[in-house]
Design a protein around this ligand. Sequence first.
Ligand code: ZN
Length: 339
Amino acid sequence: MTDGRRRPAPRATTLLAALLAVALAVVVPVLAGPALLGPGGAADAAARYVSPLKAETFYTSSMYGPRCLPVANASAWHIGIDLEAQNGAPIYAVAAGTVTHAVNPKNGNAGYVMVKSSGGGVRYDLVYVHMAKATKYVHAGQKVKAGQRIALVGSSGPATSPNLHLEVWKGGYGKTHVNPSTWLRARGVSIARARIFDQGVKTPTSCTYYSTATRLNIRSGPSTGYRVLKTVPRNTKMISKPGKKTNNFVPVTVGTTRGWASAAYVSPTKVGSGGTTKVTYVVTHDTWMRVGPTTAYKHVKAVKKGTRITVVYAHIKHSRDVSVGGKRGFVLDARLRRG
Ligand SMILES: [Zn+2]
C-alpha cells in the first residue's frame, strides 16, 4: 500500500485475485528466466534467432579470422566459429529455413547440415559442421523452425574434439562468409553471454608446425605439380603464417628453405614415433570434473581416485579438457599424474 488508501476487506474475488497473483508470481519468474530463454537462449517463443547450443553448455575455442591450423587439413582462415561442447549435445537451428544439405561424414570429411534462411530480403545459408550423423533428424528439403533440434555435436572431419563449427554465408553458400558471432549479436543472440568461457586463443604472429609424414616434401608452390625443394623427416619444425593456406598447402620456412607443405601432414604439436602422441592420466585424488578450467565452474560429475583418462582434448589454465565415461569437462592438473 504505497498510495495511502485503505486496504479493502478481502472478498472472495480479491482472494481469488490474490491467489492468482501468488500463482503468477511463481510462474512469471520461471517464464522470465530459463523457460523464456528456450533451448538456445531466444528472448521469447516468437524470436526468430536462437543460440545453436544451449546456453552455458559450451565454450568457444576458435573465433572467425586468421589462425594457425589446430589440426591437419583444418582451415587457416577460419570462416566460422567453434563451439566446444559435450559429444552428442543437441544443435538447434539458429533461424527458421529450409535444409539444403544433410551430409554424413565420408572419407575424412566432416558431416554437415546446411540451412537456407532469409532475413530482410537477404539470403543467409548457415552451415553446421562436425556431427557424426547429419541425417539423424533432418533431410534436404525439410523446413525447420528456429530452435528446432537438427543434429548432435560430434567431431567428424578435421577436429581435435567434439565441437560445433558454425558458418554464416550472406547471399548463399560460396558468396560472402560473415562473422557468425557478430551476425548473431545483431539478431539478439550473444555467443559471448551464452558460452561458459572463451578459450581465448589469440591470433599469433606466426605458426609453428611439425611434419607428421616420415618424409615430407617441401615444394616450390602450393600443389604436387611443383618441384621438391627439400624433403624433411617427421617432427621437423616449420614456421608458417596464420591465415595462409592455398590448395590445402601451407607456406613454410624450414631452416633457410621457403616453400609449401601439404596441410595434410602438418601438426601444431610433435608426434610420437608411432603416430599421434597418446598420454594417459591417472586421477590422484577423488575430484570433480567441471564445465570450465578452474574451481569456480559448475560440476559435471565426480571423478574417483584411480580413474584413467585417455581422451584429452586440450590443456587450458592448469586444467585438462577431457572425456571420462562419455562426459566432457575439466580436471585440474593438480589431480592428475601421467600413467
Ligand atoms: Zn571451425
